[in-house]
Design a protein. Structure first.
Length: 336
């Protein structure tokens, strides 16, 4: 089938045999995420027309004000995944604790858990800047037939069986990997189907974009400061271009297509970094590596970090391989 005309559903079925586990559950799970993404996309695109913008009045586990659309997206993904009898547990950035889900036969037979950031970059909602959803999928490690425990969610990123994101932008795209490369699908809103538009996506080995909140420059480790100055120098193919949206999905997506590096280092205000290992860094790191890029905390590979809590934060450096390696060189030489 021509990739130009191939839908996401057709692609999932065609490539199902490449999954490590071929029971069909992972395919059904990805299809559920596709369905929820279309529902959320509809609300995101009409957000300016109804009273769904602005803060909901609650504060999430991170201490951040929840936007109304955050709450809506969280509910849509949780309800969709729960009702379709596929997952045994869900953890969301918006929830204090994980949600254990029994199978319909009430014997805890489901095998997959999902960790999700329902609406990344939500502070950009009311200024009409792209936002996104990030998801991460693992197989449970506790015995099938028993309720899930925290152990099922605290797995290294290297154990992910699938990960991806949906970017709600000028066009809506779903990008995902199951460990066999990265593929992107664009939603045709007239038909309601995602079509394969970006097969076999790859980070350029090098790039000329650096993405970092330079307003926090004085708070950065010395190694990152030195790397930023390196990016700004007049030399060879530099200076690089600074591009920072403040929506991880959008910044990552641009850098994967054009070549670039994204950085959110630690600092005195965020001593462990700001981004969440399980909901943001691990899925993006998996995608980056599958697309020929690299991800670390400046020293250690992101996917090798052993999580200790559901909402753990880590420093994050991710993007084109040569750029990440150069940033790591500065971190090793100049450190904190």
């Amino acid at each position: 089938m021509s990739s130009k005309n191939q839908t996401l559903g057709e692609f999932i079925i065609e490539n199902q045999s490449a999954f490590r586990y071929t029971s069909g559950e992972l395919s059904r799970l990805l299809n559920s995420l596709r369905l929820a993404a279309k529902v959320v996309n509809h609300e995101v695109n009409k957000a300016g027309l109804i009273d769904i913008l602005g803060a909901a009045g609650d504060v999430n586990i991170q201490g951040e004000n929840q936007q109304k659309l955050d709450v809506y997206a969280n509910e849509v993904f949780i309800k969709t995944l729960t009702k379709r009898n596929i997952v045994c547990g869900i953890a969301s950035e918006e929830e204090d604790d994980f949600i254990a889900i029994n199978s319909q036969d009430e014997n805890h037979q489901n095998k997959y858990i999902v960790l999700i950031d329902p609406l990344d970059g939500s502070s950009n909602i009311d200024v009409n800047v792209s936002v996104g959803t990030i998801f991460s999928i693992y197989r449970r490690v506790t015995p099938v037939g028993t309720p899930v425990t925290i152990k099922d969610f605290l797995q290294k990123g290297s154990e992910q069986v699938a990960a991806g994101y949906i970017v709600y932008g000028t066009s809506t795209m779903l990008v995902y990997t199951t460990g066999h490369g990265v593929n992107g699908f664009t939603l045709n809103p007239a038909i309601g189907s995602f079509y394969l538009s970006h097969p076999n996506m790859k980070f350029p080995e090098n790039g000329n974009i650096y993405s970092v909140n330079e307003g926090n420059y004085l708070d950065f480790p010395l190694g990152i400061k030195k790397y930023i100055k390196y990016c700004q120098e007049e030399a060879e193919d530099r200076p690089y271009t600074s591009r920072y949206i403040g929506s991880l999905v959008s910044d990552f997506h641009r850098n994967m297509i054009k070549g670039g590096i994204y950085m959110y280092p630690k600092g005195s205000r965020n001593p462990n970094g700001k981004l969440r290992l399980l909901y943001e860094c691990n899925p993006m790191a998996f995608l980056a590596e599958q697309a020929g890029g690299k991800s670390s905390d400046g020293y250690l590979r992101t996917l090798d970090v052993m999580p200790t809590s559901l909402h753990q934060r880590v420093p994050f450096v991710c993007g084109s391989k040569q750029m990440v390696e150069k940033a790591e060189e500065f971190m090793i030489e100049f450190g904190e």
